[in-house]
Design a protein around this ligand. Structure first.
Ligand code: CA
Length: 337
């Protein structure tokens, strides 16, 4: 409960048991003066213990989080838990309903809007509620993202280094426990305004993810997310049982990779058609060609080569050939030191 958030909750965060509820975020429009954006929420609690918050659908073109979290909500029994789990599978319903990264209502990017505002657009109100209410009542935050329509990732759990080495280690252990193909120690192009930066600022153990992308969903990436949700609960002692490690089900062990610096984000130097030479997951050397950029207007012109600025594995690529100047076409990362 936040004194100055206008969001109306119909869930009890303190009751033992499992219950679905809603968060009503005021959204006054021409057709609905007292309208709202309705966000589904599930709270499951069984006695004392840590609280984990899971969120999905912050961006509306990223689907593993909403699907895997909804499955988890349907399957979990409060009696399996020791502690409390709060799940918001679809934190940004307007964006998810339109299948777009940004909210179609106010054009805002929810993950650049934190800490939000108690008086503002609907996206600002959502961010403010999460920041001022949900983040304050939890110990661990897991925000499930994917690459969205314009990026495709090696499925990973994404974390940031903290100034506190012990906190970095604690976060890294939780990220490895998740059991995704990769843990990515990231450096973000924009590090403020994120749900993650807000949670880290409050001292919460914070995991994010990039599960695939391209605006698509696969059986494999949903399975990574589902397994990760359960593994996080086992790791923090909310659920009993051993971690389900990828090696145990015939998959490669989790690799820990790190983005060296922001040069690892390779941008298109001009508008055009990008012809990739390399696949997602391949190794490249700095200066090596990632592909050619073809000029639509001048077929007689030699295409521009786009090269990797840093050596490493291609952990992310643009899945669509049409690129604009400044679009990210690939990201490389090396093994973490
Ligand atoms: Ca995202």
């Amino acid at each position: 409960m936040s004194a100055n958030s206008p969001v109306i909750e119909d869930c009890d965060f303190e009751a033992n048991g499992k219950a679905f509820g809603t968060l009503r975020v005021p959204c006054s429009t021409n057709t609905s003066a007292y309208g709202s954006v309705v966000i589904p929420i599930m709270v499951a609690k069984n006695g004392p213990g840590p609280t984990v918050l899971f969120t999905g659908g912050v961006h509306g073109d990223e689907f593993e989080g909403p699907v895997a979290l909804a499955k988890f909500c349907r399957g979990i029994h409060a009696g399996e838990l020791q502690g409390r789990v709060i799940v918001v599978p679809a934190l940004n319903p307007p964006a998810l309903l339109s299948g777009t990264r940004l909210s179609p209502i106010d054009g805002r990017n929810l993950n650049r809007t934190f800490p939000g505002k108690p008086v503002g657009t609907v996206t600002e109100l959502i961010a403010h509620y999460v920041d001022s209410v949900l983040l304050k009542m939890v110990d661990i935050v897991v925000d499930l993202h994917s690459g969205g329509r314009s990026l495709e990732y090696v499925p990973n759990v994404l974390i940031h280094r903290s100034d506190d080495a012990a906190r970095t280690e604690e976060t890294l252990e939780a990220a490895i426990a998740f059991g995704a193909p990769m843990v990515l120690i990231s450096q973000d192009l924009e590090s403020e305004g994120l749900l993650e930066s807000a949670a880290e600022g409050y001292g919460k153990i914070t995991l994010s993810s990039e599960m695939g992308g391209g605006g698509a969903l696969s059986r494999e990436t949903v399975a990574v997310a589902e397994r990760g949700i359960r593994n996080v609960l086992r790791h923090f002692g909310l659920c009993a049982g051993e971690l389900e490690r990828p090696e145990a089900i015939g998959l490669p062990a989790t690799r820990v990779m790190e983005i060296e610096d922001l040069q690892a984000y390779v941008a298109a130097p001009a508008d055009g058609i990008f012809e990739p030479f390399r696949h997602l997951g391949e190794e490249v050397e700095a200066g090596e060609a990632l592909g050619h950029l073809h000029d639509i207007a001048e077929p007689g012109r030699v295409p521009q080569e786009i090269a990797a600025a840093r050596s490493g594995t291609i952990i992310c690529r643009r899945p669509t050939a049409h690129v604009g100047r400044g679009d990210c076409v690939a990201i490389t990362a090396g093994p973490s030191s």
